[in-house]
Design a protein around this ligand. Structure first.
Ligand SMILES: Nc1ncnc2c1ncn2[C@@H]1O[C@H](COP(=O)(O)OP(=O)(O)OP(=O)(O)O)[C@@H](O)[C@H]1O
Ligand SMILES: C[C@@](O)(CCO)CC(=O)[O-]
Length: 461
């Protein structure tokens, strides 16, 4: 091991971003090795990283969405436990289980986070802090420079839209970039090289997901890493999953509705686990049926004759969504607020609805029939509003993890003449709401991509 301290000048502030996702088919069954179809959405997390001067050897998290601020002294962290020869991991290791000894070594440093807050808030803080520290100690070293990690997300938390996976990808990507273990992203990067970088980030994002929700399948972090839409399956947890991109994922007319009933993915996944233990044969049959639904859907969507503007094509996919929702409901992961969305949509007769993500609240997706009368949609939307639902307009199949290095953007302002506007922590923290974040640093400007943000592109077949 080299004892030389890095003599490079202080790294500039930079940003990373990753999208949320919707699961179109196969949530929960995907945890049991069945196939799922998931797509990236336009809502995203943004992580800003500032390197501190050499005199400050601390690492700080500022996660205002969950009201978390905490600073650790880097020298006091349990490096010996993480760097023990039996435990030490490399940036390219495939870690498929959390190590209980390492979690125990982290515990005192997690316990010091937000000691005076109510237990339900501490739980959320502990999840995010554990995810960060587990990655920081696995990948970093006591010589790591002092840093400030500031995170803001436009994805509603615990709504089934992959907020945890999105922040996991941001954390993994930022640490791997700081360690200079990733090449690119750059525009002429060969597709295979880009794929390796994404795979590297995804492995560590999965570790962070394990810290946040216990027994993840890895579908959420995979979509957050590579964007677009994929058919995902993980039959053997000791190996990387099979991920098949759906290059021509159709522009499905989807309505995304948040029940505003927060849920915990860990809780819903554990609930299904318990049901499976009690009724293994029955639950096994339901999980197999879910797999068949996903397979049937991917065949339909990939068929050349599929036309997302035509009622017959949509009806077939819609029926599969209805079946998938029924199966999820039979596993006990729906919620009266989700059933109410279905009831309202069915009453107007304008589409097919299923829950998306872990259920137990969270979001639903409705595939709309073509040419739905405007009045019907308006009636539905006003009902949603009256009953406290939130409707999202979003596009599916956007970009995966992106990098803005350094944190400088062209915003159509005077600064553009001098190379662009430097995004510092205060600007980022002061952006108003999710719209302000999008306006200030969003990967998309008014139309298309914004200059500055770069993506690893694993392009078409
Ligand atoms: N913006 C954020 N800032 C800090 N932590 C976050 C943020 N978004 C998510 N998290 C972390 O992720 C947890 C939510 O993860 P959870 O898996 O329950 O929901 P989700 O990822 O939104 O839904 P799903 O997994 O069903 O798609 C939070 O408790 C918190 O620890
Ligand atoms: C419920 C689940 O299938 C999807 C959560 O978005 C859990 C997972 O795949 O990790």
């Amino acid at each position: 091991m080299s004892l030389r301290r890095p003599s490079a000048p202080m790294a500039p502030a930079f940003m990373v971003s990753a999208p949320g996702k919707v699961i179109v088919f196969g949530e929960h069954s995907v945890v049991y090795g069945k196939a799922a179809i998931a797509a990236a959405i336009a809502l995203r997390s943004y992580l800003h990283v500032t390197t501190l001067s050499k005199s400050k050897h601390t690492v700080s998290l500022r996660f205002p969405d969950i009201d978390l601020t905490h600073t650790w002294d880097i020298d006091n962290l349990p490096w010996a436990a993480f760097h023990h020869p039996d435990k030490k991991k490399s940036y390219y290791s495939l870690v498929t289980e959390l190590d209980n000894d390492l979690l125990a070594a982290l515990q005192p440093h997690i316990d010091e986070v937000s000691p005076d807050r109510p237990e339900e808030i501490r739980k959320v803080h502990r999840s995010s802090a554990t995810a960060f520290l587990y990655l920081f100690l696995s990948l970093g070293s006591p010589r790591f420079p002092g840093c400030l990690y500031t995170l803001r997300s436009t994805i509603p938390i615990s709504a089934g839209l992959g907020s945890s996976a999105s922040i996991s990808v941001c954390l993994a990507a930022s640490l791997l970039l700081q360690l200079r273990t990733l090449s690119g992203p750059h525009p002429d990067q060969p597709s295979e090289e880009a794929r390796i970088q994404i795979e590297r980030i995804n492995r560590w994002a999965f570790v962070s997901e394990m810290c946040i929700h216990g027994n993840p399948s890895g579908v959420d972090n995979t979509v957050a890493c590579q964007g677009k839409a994929v058919v995902f399956q993980r039959t053997d947890y000791s190996k990387p999953p099979s991920v098949r991109p759906l290059w021509d994922f159709p522009e499905l007319p989807l309505l995304l509705v948040d029940t505003k009933q927060a849920k915990s993915t860990a809780h819903e996944v554990a609930k299904v686990g318990k049901l499976n233990k009690t009724h293994p044969k029955l639950v096994g049959t339901i999980l197999d049926a879910m797999h068949n639904v996903t397979e049937a859907a991917s065949e339909l969507i990939e068929d050349k004759s599929f036309d997302p503007k035509e009622e017959e094509s949509l009806r077939k996919v819609g029926e599969l969504m209805t079946i998938n929702h029924g199966l999820l409901n039979s596993l006990g992961v729906s919620h009266p607020r989700l059933e109410r969305v279905r009831e309202l949509v069915d009453h107007e007769g304008i589409g097919w609805t299923k829950l998306t993500g872990a259920g137990g609240g969270g979001c639903s997706i409705t595939l709309l029939k073509p040419d739905v009368p405007k009045e019907k949609l308006a009636t539905l939307e006003s009902r949603f509003e009256a009953e406290g639902y939130q409707k999202f307009g979003t596009t599916l199949g956007g970009d995966g993890v992106g990098v803005l290095w350094p944190a400088v953007l062209k915003n159509g302002l005077d600064e553009d003449d001098e190379g662009g506007m430097e995004i510092d922590v205060d600007l980022f923290l002061n952006a108003k709401g999710t719209e302000g974040v999008e306006q200030l640093v969003g990967v998309h400007g008014d139309g298309g991509e914004r200059e500055g943000w770069k993506f690893w592109r694993v392009e078409s077949e």
